[in-house]
Design a protein around this ligand. Structure first.
Ligand SMILES: Nc1ncnc2c1ncn2[C@@H]1O[C@H](COP(=O)(O)OP(=O)(O)OP(=O)(O)O)[C@@H](O)[C@H]1O
Length: 235
């Protein structure tokens, strides 16, 4: 996906992206402080919002091939199982139990398959939202703080799962997270927003090792990111 000369106002806030290229098949990290515009940018990528000016080239992706998960996922007022089969049915598939069971089993939700989805805990809702996004094999998955309520073992489970999906299918991911260790472990490219501006963008290794941008440097320092101890080792 390529974004060029984007401007988007929401209330008093303005997002400006002169140019952003999301290389296909990569894991992208979208970082920045609260209110800097990450979710607004994600909604533009999804097509939920339209820019006031500028161009978004989705390079042939149609809306059914893009999905987004959020911190407080919207779930249908049905069972866990029905929530999971819905995206498959929507795409004309007739899912059998055998298609769904491994996904629920792996994240520990199979025993809760008949439970009303609205009664799940915050972390369980996020797990269901993640597998609901992954199960229909979209080409672009935007993960907006969806792993924030998960315990460390569950975060590790999903990180491993995402790596396995990448090895098979090379999906494009956009990970929005305040957990920088997670971003460092997972992302090939990082895009840093500061007060509505794209302040830095590039390969994760380069950006985290030699970030030329003072705002990114200050952001990383504030987040107390010790790159050689936590997350990915930068040599
Ligand atoms: N519909 C809206 N009306 C008015 N202001 C909005 C609207 N949507 C977003 N904003 C404002 O736009 C700014 C950017 O919001 P956005 O949700 O994109 O930030 P974010 O980087 O995702 O933040 P966080 O890390 O806190 O989730 C915020 O100041 C927010 O208050």
């Amino acid at each position: 996906m390529k974004m060029t000369d984007i401007e988007k106002r929401v209330g008093d806030f303005c997002l400006r992206i002169p140019e952003l290229q999301l290389e296909s098949g990569c894991i992208h990290g979208l970082i920045g402080g609260n209110g800097c515009g990450k979710t607004t940018l994600a909604k533009l990528m999804m097509g939920i919002l339209t820019p006031d000016s500028g161009r978004i080239d989705r390079e042939g992706l149609n809306e059914r091939e893009i999905t987004m998960t959020t911190q407080r996922p919207y779930l249908m007022h049905t069972s866990v199982y029905e929530n999971l089969v819905y995206p498959l049915k929507l795409r004309g598939k007739k899912p059998r139990e055998a298609d769904v069971r491994p996904w629920l089993t792996r994240c520990g939700l199979w025993e809760k398959k008949d439970q009303y989805a609205g009664s799940l805990s915050g972390g369980e809702r996020q797990k269901l939202s993640m597998i609901r996004a992954m199960i229909f094999k979209p080409k672009l998955i935007i993960v907006d703080e969806t792993l924030s309520n998960l315990d460390p073992d569950s975060v590790e489970l999903f990180e491993q799962w995402i790596r396995e999906i990448q090895a098979q299918a090379a999906v494009t991911w956009v990970m929005i997270s305040h957990q920088l260790s997670h971003i460092c472990r997972m992302c090939d490219q990082i895009h840093f927003l500061s007060q509505g501006e794209l302040a830095a963008s590039g390969p994760a290794r380069e950006l985290l090792k030699n970030c030329g941008d003072e705002r990114l440097k200050a952001f990383l320092e504030r987040e107390s990111l010790d790159l050689n101890v936590r997350g990915r080792k930068v040599d």
